[in-house]
Each structure stands twice: as structure tokens, then as C-alpha cells.
Design a protein around this ligand. Sequence first.
Ligand code: CTP
Ligand code: CA
Length: 222
Amino acid sequence: INIAKPNRDLEGKKVLITAGPTRESLDPVRFITNHSSGKMGYSLAEAAVERGADVTLISGPTNLSPPMGVRLIKINTTLDMYNAVMKNYIDQHIIIKSAAVADYRPETVSTTKIKKNEGNLTLTLVRNPDILKELGCLKEDRVLVGFAAESDNVIENAKGKINRKNLDFIVANDITEEGAGFGTDTNIVNIIDKNGEIEKVEKSSKREIAHRILDKAKKFIK
Ligand code: CTP
Ligand code: CA
């Protein structure tokens, strides 16, 4: 690796990355979320900046500090993320959706703290918009990259998502594998493209995987 002179091969390219979990409030003190640490998305943002891209990072709550040189937009809920993406997607060359988005949100958010009673509490959850699917409908020449964290039928499930969301490729990982998935510094992924080509990346740092994803994305730029 040439450390002295980084490869600025994404100079002039605009890259939009979403990262981290979303949070769906129940009341002023409680929320529903997931185990996403944001590490994969932040590694992607850092790698893209290094390569000269103009990077916008739309991030849910994480413990990470934003890489130098990115434009950071912080959000909490999926609807916030949806709005931020819709405001920023239009002139992007590459969009990478590494965020772990909540598929559902509570139907109502109580303005006051929910009090306990005898017996059970039933929550009604309603569907959130599928941000990536919507971007797929608005595709044009933008390179569209999804993530799929799966616990079973990894390749098959991920291929289904490429078709349903009109993606160029998807980064699939099996969260049951040691050294892959949530919170780890490493990942093991399969990069599967819309032409059926599969590139397996053995256990590597999220930073290394970020560069592999950007290499692949570059090939799809028109
Ligand atoms: N995604 C999104 N908006 C959602 C849900 C998911 O943009 N409401 C994106 C994720 O950021 C990811 C990709 O879609 O890049 C796949 O997410 P995943 O949860 O694996 O797929 P789903 O379509 O939600 O299917 P399921 O959870 O049922 O497996
Ligand atoms: Ca989902």
C-alpha cells in the first residue's frame, strides 16, 4: 500500500452514506433501536474522503466521531433519515445505505411518560418507508449500494433485495459468523452485484472492506 500518496480516484465524485441505527421513540424516555454501531458506515465515509470524494454522512446515534472532511447530518428516527436522504440524493454519484433502519415505528409517540399498569402492554407498530427501495425507484445513473445483515439464507435473501430495491450491488454479511456484523472492527462479506457476480471478502477490517466496496462502486459509475 502506498501510504505517502493516497489514491484520489474519487475526486469530484459525490458520495452519500447512511450509517448507524435509527431510534423510534415510544415516549420521552424510551425508544426502539438495534445493535448497529455505525462502524461500517463511518469507515466508508473515511475511506471515501481519503480518496477525494465529497462525502455526506447521514447518521443515526453512534459513539463514533465523524471522520474529518465529511458533511455530517445527524438524525434519530427513520422518518428523519428518509427526509435527509430525500433532500440530498439528487446530485450524488454513489449512495451507500449501510444504516440499520427500523422497519417499524410505534403508531403513536406519547408526549408524557407511559405509566405501568397491571397486565400486559401492547404496542402497535406501523411500517416505516423503505428508503433504499424508494431510491431504487428514482434510480437514474446513481450507483446504489445496499447492505444486508442476515442470519440465514444469506445469498438468496440478499439477491432478492437487489431486485426489489433496484440496486447495483449489495454487501451481505452473516451476523452469526465470528468476526462479522454488529459492533465488531472486522467483517466478513459477500459483495453481490445485479449481474450475479459474487466477490467474497474474507475476514478483514471494516476499513479494508470499505475500500473494496468503493472499488466496486467505482466500476458502476456511468
Ligand atoms: N433499508 C432502508 N429503509 C428501510 C429498511 C431498509 O433504506 N426502511 C435499507 C438498509 O439500509 C439496507 C437495505 O435496505 O441497505 C437492506 O435492509 P434490510 O433490513 O436487510 O432489508 P429489508 O428490506 O428491510 O428486509 P428484512 O428486514 O425483512 O430482511
Ligand atoms: Ca429491515
